[in-house]
Design a protein around this ligand. Structure first.
Ligand code: GLP
Length: 232
């Protein structure tokens, strides 16, 4: 795994966006795996800026999101679908039919296969080591499925949901699905991630730390800001 350490969140976001744009330019019809959460917001802002200021073209890419809360309809303000429109899809020129969000398990893996597999997947990390919504204990060969969310994950999401209850389940790509991507970018920012980042990158490869599965992949770049790297 290559580890890039950036001075701050802004540089992390720019670095991630530049790598994505380079990949998009390098292959017509690039297939991206896309994350949600707080971490990639700056990366999407930068991609939108590159589209507006430098006319960067996204019209031929295909996208597959990593996960979605179970039971939330696309337009729910807390759905990842809404997040993607707010931060990215509504501001660039990706044809809507080229974007995919896993509202249902059925056909998601087949759609990824039909697109030729994921070329570049971007993923964040939960404070308990989850990637997408693959919570600790998830099999490294898991595929897209419905999962129960860990109490820590539900607790971390309560602020965002305000008065609404956080769903207890989600649909997520499996770790096996993620590991089949040709290239992976792992993003982590802030001191709250420092401990789990150290365990994921340098600790034992174990299903109790789902992100440690990335150590087995030949083409991973981890982009960490100084704070996320602060514990080694
Ligand atoms: C959520 C998402 C993950 C994300 C994680 C960390 O649970 N399902 O894909 O990586 O949270 O989110 P944040 O970037 O907000 O810390």
């Amino acid at each position: 795994m290559r580890v890039l350490v950036t001075a701050d969140y802004r540089t992390l976001s720019q670095t991630a966006a530049e790598l994505i744009v380079k990949a998009v330019r390098g292959k017509a019809g690039l297939v991206l795996g896309l994350p949600t959460g707080r971490t990639p917001v700056g990366m999407y802002d930068e991609l939108v800026r590159l589209h507006r200021n430098q006319s960067h073209d996204f019209s031929r890419i295909r996208t597959f999101n990593l996960d979605e809360y179970a039971g939330l309809h696309a337009g729910d303000p807390n759905s990842f679908d809404t997040y993607m429109h707010r931060h990215f899809f509504d501001h660039v020129n990706i044809p809507p039919e080229n974007t995919h969000i896993p509202h249902e398990v059925a056909n998601y893996e087949a759609a990824i296969r039909d697109a030729g597999g994921i070329d570049l997947l971007i993923v964040g990390i939960g404070t308990n080591g989850h990637i997408a919504f693959n919570e600790p204990g998830s099999s490294f060969t898991s595929r897209t499925r419905t999962v129960n969310l860990a109490p820590e994950t539900v607790a971390n999401a309560t602020k965002q949901f305000g008065n609404n209850a956080v769903p207890k389940q989600a649909i997520t790509m499996g770790i096996g699905t993620i590991l089949e991507s040709r290239h992976i970018l792992l993003l982590a920012s802030g001191t709250a991630k420092a401990d789990i980042v150290r365990r994921a990158l340098h600790g034992p490869i174990t299903e109790s730390v789902p992100a440690s599965a990335l150590q087995q992949h030949p083409n991973v770049i981890a982009i960490l800001d100084e704070e996320a790297k602060s514990r080694g």
